[in-house]
Design a protein around this ligand. Structure first.
Ligand code: URA
Length: 458
């Protein structure tokens, strides 16, 4: 029996190094006990097991997708996660194609763990609430899994200019505007109560609370009760629900038709859309007609992300309705995808152009504009939580992957976004509009359709 100690519950590097060594030494999964400092009941009583033996098999590689999966799974609280991943690693060594076998119980179990982690990551992003203390902001949050370190970059990007701390039971993170520091876990009592930020949230929440659309089941699912305690606006929920039911009954009595409920998230999305109408996060709002926000069901399984609105989208205020939108619609129809069930949005929400005579010529958004607009797309994603995302072109890739990457390096494979979502990348439909050679354009169109199809298949 070999005992492999890992330094932290989310120690992906430690696991990778030891798993590689163990696999090369052909150690069976049942012969390893993975222990984590402070987490595992150590049957060895802290005594070191035998060191792993030397390599007996040649080096091998595993699909990138497995490594992406492992990065999520490691963050789960399931004590068996390291062993399960190791068992999968050994299987992939001999059968790399097993990564595509969705019927395989081990693969399914790992997928489920990864999904739960992704969900927890989304929840933290959507439900962390800061309270102001002496010019700094402090939030208390209880994640279900070991996601805090992995999620820190998101909060650094989003609240780059604030000084803040997020306190959680296992780990605290502190940002001073320049550097991120880690500290010990905290208790709820360490997080201060009551301040102007709370009032601000309460006002915001009460104003977006639409009683006629209230569905407590959906609300509980999207915002489990254990998060409520940390969110100032949720103090209003019992009162609002009680009032909502009475108001709803009065409405029904007056034979007002009940609104069809697309869920609590739809309301938040509407509020976000409203907020985005006034966006001045970069200079693009100065010349554009309006913010063009995403469109589609708040509970869509699929999100499609384009670059930025074009001339016609800018005038109409809706994404993908101009020439590129028509190519997109044709390709979606050819792929058998119903656009009305997809959430369609853009990485950048304002039209960037250069005037040429009477025309406005599209100009590509730069890194600063993409980064400023991440504020909106991150929140759209946190609310819609799509199962899969299709990125159209390099601006969408840059926005969602967090860095500039070529399309050829990302196209044609399963991607895991930094926010944990599953994604694929393909061309932007305007590329087809620019192709002079008809027959090549047709070939490219067929490939685009194939990419869209692959993009919706999980
Ligand atoms: N191109 C995009 O990327 N988005 C649109 O909405 C229109 C054209």
């Amino acid at each position: 029996m070999y005992r492999v100690p890992l330094s932290r519950p989310d120690d992906i590097e430690g696991w990778r190094a030891s798993a590689r060594a163990a696999a090369l030494a052909a150690v069976a999964p049942d012969d390893i006990v993975w222990t984590v400092e402070g987490e595992t009941d150590d049957l060895f009583g802290g005594v070191a097991g035998d060191p792993l033996p030397g390599a007996v098999t040649p080096p091998f590689s595993v699909p990138r997708r497995f490594l992406d999966l492992a990065e999520s799974v490691v963050l789960h609280r399931d004590p068996q996660r390291f062993g399960l991943l190791y068992a999968m690693l050994l299987r992939l060594r001999d059968h790399p194609e097993a990564i595509d076998d969705e019927a395989d119980p081990l693969r399914r179990r790992l997928d489920l763990l990864a999904k739960e982690v992704r969900r927890d990551i989304h929840k933290m992003r959507a439900f962390v609430r800061f309270r102001e203390v002496d010019g700094a902001y402090v939030a208390w949050f209880e994640p279900a899994h070991h996601i805090v370190r992995a999620n820190a970059g998101f909060f650094v990007r989003r609240f780059a200019t604030m000084r803040w701390s997020i306190l959680t039971p296992d780990l605290s993170i502190h940002w001073d505007g320049e550097a991120l520091r880690e500290g010990l876990g905290a208790t709820r009592a360490d997080a201060p109560e009551g301040d102007p930020v709370e009032d601000l949230w309460k006002g915001y929440y009460a104003s977006i609370f639409n009683p006629a659309r209230l569905k407590t089941g959906t609300m509980l699912k999207e915002m489990p009760r254990r998060y409520w305690a940390n969110m100032p606006e949720t103090a209003l929920i019992p009162e609002l629900i009680a009032g909502a039911r009475a108001r709803e009954t009065r409405m029904v009595d007056r034979i007002v038709p009940r609104e069809v409920d697309a869920g609590n998230m739809a309301k938040s999305l509407e509020a976000l859309r409203e907020e985005a109408r006034h966006c001045t996060r970069c200079g693009l709002y100065k010349c554009a007609t309006q913010t063009v926000f995403g469109e589609g069901p708040a509970n869509a399984d699929i999100m499609v992300v384009g670059e930025q609105p074009g001339d016609q989208e800018d005038l109409a205020g809706r994404p993908f309705i101009g020439p590129a939108g028509q190519v997109f619609d044709r390709a979606m129809a050819a792929a058998g995808i119903d656009r009305s069930r997809v959430y369609v949005t853009n990485a950048v929400k304002h039209f960037k152009f250069e005037p040429r005579g009477k025309r406005r010529i599209h100009s590509k958004p730069n890194a600063g504009e993409i980064s400023a607009c991440r504020w909106w797309i991150d929140q759209e994603r946190a609310l819609v939580t799509p199962k899969r995302t299709i990125m159209l072109g390099t601006t969408a890739i840059h926005s969602l992957m967090g860095k500039s990457l070529t399309l050829s390096s990302q196209r044609g494979r399963e991607l895991i976004l930094p926010d944990g979502g599953a994604a694929r990348a393909t061309i932007h439909p305007s590329f087809l509009l620019r192709m002079p050679d008809k027959s090549r354009a047709e070939e490219e169109f067929a490939m685009f359709v194939a990419d869209l199809k692959a993009g919706v298949e999980s």
